[in-house]
Design a protein around this ligand. Structure first.
Ligand SMILES: [Zn+2]
Length: 167
């Protein structure tokens, strides 16, 4: 067994001093930058994100003959919420119509987008759900035909690899 070092040490501070963000006589608030890398698995939903990088919109469909719904899901679901069977991957049209829209002034964490932008809900033939996205250019109108644009070069490997443009 290796014996732990027990001799004298000279220890240095190797950090970067934090600035004061705010201060009063009673309290201080410091700037304390933190960073981390989050390893996030897409698990069984990986084909959806892989499809975006290949210019394809991949949904999942329940094909269980005993299912009462046999819905097609986008965003995809690995298991059917109606019958709990494993779903199957299907490619769906990368075009649709605007079902609803709203202007986003504050993007969520991880949504690396300039604001404001138009968030749109897209109705796609053969899909039983409404797919949320963002309009890259133009002004949305309910019922307006749109087509998907995919970030196949320099993909982010996130949902930001798809956006919509007027058709
Ligand atoms: Zn089902």
């Amino acid at each position: 067994m290796t014996k732990a070092y027990e001799g004298p040490l000279t220890t240095k501070y190797i950090g970067t001093p934090n600035d004061l963000f705010d201060q009063s006589d009673d309290f201080w608030v410091i700037n304390w930058p933190r960073t981390f890398t989050h390893h996030h698995t897409y698990g069984l939903l990986t084909p959806f994100f892989k499809g975006l990088t290949e210019g394809k919109l991949m949904a999942t469909k329940c094909t269980n003959p005993e299912c009462t719904e046999n819905s097609t899901w986008l965003p995809p679901r690995a298991d059917c919420p109606d019958c709990y069977a494993r779903t199957e991957w299907v490619q769906v049209p990368s075009e649709g119509k605007i079902y609803a829209y709203t202007m986003l002034d504050y993007a969520g964490i991880g949504i690396e987008m300039e604001t404001p932008y138009w968030q749109i809900d897209v109705q796609i033939d053969g899909v039983d759900t409404i797919f949320k996205g963002w309009l890259k250019q133009g002004k949305p109108v309910t019922g307006m035909p749109v087509k998907a644009e995919f970030r196949t070069e320099n993909p982010t490997h996130t949902i930001l690899d798809i956006c919509w443009v007027p058709k």
